[in-house]
Design a binder for this molecule. Structure first.
Ligand SMILES: Cc1ncc(COP(=O)(O)O)c(C=O)c1O
Length: 391
């Protein structure tokens, strides 16, 4: 007896129900409150904190779905919190299809089409940012992409058997995202391995302070490992002086990682603000931010895949690329922290093809126009103060 089997008929019915339910939800979305009213922790605990039943409930398992939607923060046009995209419904359908297909996109050998789709989508995104020839992979988000980029930087200056105190120093500005501090910790560098560089009055990293810090560390016998330039800081939207930072990186032979998690997408509309991006050794971008994708879609791009291989390639008898062919022998697990790798690219790929690049470019332009409208409104309101104006 097959305990987990679902008949084609039942799947049809359930999928139909979900399609109807989510389509209705999307229709109502613009009118929804930006936060559920009156829900408490004990409410959520009471309803969702119970154990799964021993005997299956069948279709009744879905009965709390409307409450889950109701007690959630909707991605409606009224919500401005966080740095988060709206979640394109086309990509959501792609995620549904990807889950049904259920690929392990660890290598071409285990998922030929999915691997080709992801490699293409990542490469094309790089090209859209002017980073032609970059490759990489999709991640769960920007924090993991930043960690992986910095892990590659560490491999350039160190080997696994080097004493910890020689593992290098990361430079970032006071405005850098907290994931850089986390990455420093995970890489074993801790707070001591992080230099926080001051910013100017527009919250951009001061290149002279960066240079001074590097010179001091070199004098103290430390190894400069990576500079993290922010292409769009979380709190102020400032873009670090990418050209100036890249010159310093070149001068001292330091890895340049750009955290463009959300801001780099503005280069699709205003490329002149991001001219130094092409000098980055690694670049993290989050399609789930300013490319309007559902949550769980980040991306790390890099110039030199051999360094990703050096950092992440650990094969074993159960996981080996069995071909030397550059396409058929390709393995994401040799260039990434992940082994099991979901088909994240399907939603993104469908979304890009469905709407076309120009639609994304125009949407970003429109968002920037709205940001300027907001700036004008703040300037015209005596009770409000404009704290940051990046561009
Ligand atoms: C500049 C920047 N970098 C990194 C991150 C982390 O991204 P994620 O939340 O996808 O891990 C964020 C999140 O807001 C961010 O704004």
């Amino acid at each position: 007896m097959r305990h987990l089997e679902l008949s084609a008929e039942d799947f049809h019915q359930l999928a139909h129900n979900i399609a109807d339910f989510t389509a209705n939800y999307l229709e109502a979305l613009p009118q929804l409150r930006s936060y559920p009213r009156g829900v408490t922790g004990s409410d959520t605990e009471r309803l969702f904190g119970t154990a799964a039943p021993l005997e299956g409930k069948g279709v009744e398992a879905f009965e709390l779905l409307p409450t889950i939607f109701e007690w959630s923060r909707p991605s409606s046009p009224r919500f401005f919190g966080y740095v988060f995209g709206s979640g394109d419904p086309v990509a959501a359908l792609g995620e549904f299809a990807a889950s049904v297909l259920h690929q392990n996109v660890s290598a071409w050998r285990s998922a030929p089409a999915a691997t080709a789709v992801e490699r293409t989508v990542v490469r094309r995104l790089g090209e859209a940012f002017g980073c032609k020839g970059y490759s990489g992979s999709l991640t769960s988000g920007g924090s993991v992409a930043n960690l992986m980029g910095l892990c590659m930087a560490r491999d350039v200056i160190s080997s696994d058997d080097r004493p910890a105190q020689q593992l290098g120093t990361i430079y970032c500005s006071t405005e850098a995202h907290m994931s850089i501090q986390k990455a420093s910790k995970v890489l074993g560098l801790g707070r001591q391995g992080l230099r926080i560089v001051s910013v100017d009055e527009t919250f951009r990293m001061r290149v002279d302070s960066l240079r001074d810090s590097i010179l001091k560390d070199l004098k103290d016998g430390r190894i400069p490992m990576a500079v993290v330039a922010s292409a769009g800081t979380t709190a102020t939207g400032s873009i670090d002086p990418l050209e100036g930072i890249s010159s310093v990186c070149r001068e001292f032979g330091i890895w340049m990682h750009v955290d463009g998690a959300y801001g780099a997408f503005a280069s699709l509309a205003m490329p002149h603000l991001f001219q130094g991006l092409v000098h980055s050794d690694s670049l993290s971008i989050d399609p789930h931010k300013w490319l309007y994708q559902p949550a769980g879609c980040g991306c790390l791009l890099y110039r030199d895949p051999s360094i990703a291989k050096r950092a992440f390639s650990y094969s074993d008898s159960y996981a080996q690329p069995l071909s030397q062919d550059p396409l058929e022998g390709f393995a994401f697990f040799e260039e990434s922290i992940e082994l099991s790798h979901p088909f994240r690219a399907l939603g993104l790929w469908l979304s890009l093809h469905y709407h076309g690049i120009q639609a994304f470019r125009e949407s970003i332009r429109e968002d920037l126009r709205l940001a300027h409208l907001l700036k004008d409104a703040v300037l015209n309101e005596p009770k409000l103060q404009l704290l940051a104006l990046s561009h």
